[in-house]
Every structure is written in C-alpha cells, then in structure tokens.
Design a protein around this ligand. Structure first.
Ligand SMILES: [Zn+2]
Length: 159
C-alpha cells in the first residue's frame, strides 16, 4: 500500500514538472514556467498542483479568449517560485507567485489598448495592468484571474 502511494506521488510530480503539460487548447505549462532568472541562477520554478490549476483557470478564462481575438500571445512571465520572484524583484504578494497572473508581450501601445479594452468588455479578471518602462520602451499587459472574488481592477503603470 505504501509503495503504491509513493509511486503515485512521484508520477504526479513528474507530470507537473513536464513542460508539455497542456493547460488549455493553446497553452502549455512551459510557457508559464520558463524564466531567464531561473535558468541563470539554476532555480527550480516548478508550480504545485494547486498552482497549476490556477494557471489553467487563467488560460481558460482569460488567455484563450484573448488569443482567439488577437492571435498568438507571447507570455513573458507566468509562474514564479518564491526564489525566482525574489530575484526578479517581484512583490512579495505578487499573483505570479500563486499562478494567478501572466505578463503578455504587446507590440505597440495601440495593440495594448485594444487588448485591455477587450478584457474589460468581455472577460472576468482580477487585475489588468498596462505596464511600460520608459527607459527601454518595453511594454506588456499584466493580467490575473482568481477562482472567486475577481476585482476587475484596471490601471496603467509606468516605470
Ligand atoms: Zn506581471
């Protein structure tokens, strides 16, 4: 009995660590766990089963509809383990820590505004932030989703 349990637990861990795990029709786990910081500092960035389920909910409820409307999305940051989050300077209570948030690359301010408008008009979400860095010209959309109590908060953030 003990042995069977142990094997099952190992199988579950291996399954989650597998980047090929499909979260929804067009998104795989790898897109949310790949992290430059994790590679550079050799840090584990593997979500727990609960965190994977949150990523799945984000995909199904927000990212799939967005992709359907705008085409292929490039996720620049998804899940962050505690250590990865610390190294990239993420907020302690960042929803990236929980598997509830993703950053989406946007090619222009116009596209970013169209995407934000679509999310606000058609989808349920917790936080939607149009972020940009003046110095580098980088621009992305941070969007999060919770199973319950979504706040539908929107704002822009210039760094
Ligand atoms: Zn973010």
């Amino acid at each position: 009995m003990e042995n069977t349990k142990k094997v099952a637990a190992n199988a579950a861990t291996a399954f989650i660590a597998n980047g090929d795990l499909r979260l929804s029709d067009h998104f795989k786990l790898r897109e949310f766990t790949l992290s430059g910081a994790a590679i550079r500092y050799n840090l584990d960035n593997t979500p727990t089963t609960v965190e994977v389920e949150r990523l799945r909910a984000l995909c199904v409820n927000v990212l799939e509809p967005l992709r359907h409307r705008f085409g292929v999305l490039r996720i620049t940051s998804g899940y962050r383990s505690e250590r990865v989050n610390k190294i990239v300077g993420g907020a302690v209570r960042s929803q990236h820590r929980l598997g509830e948030a993703a950053d989406i690359h946007v090619s222009s301010l116009e596209v970013a505004q169209k995407m934000c408008h679509f999310v606000k008009e058609h989808l349920d979400f917790d936080q939607l932030i149009l972020e940009s860095v003046a110095k580098t010209g980088a621009r992305w959309i941070h969007v999060s989703y919770k199973a319950t109590g979504n706040r539908r908060e929107f704002f822009t953030l210039k760094r």
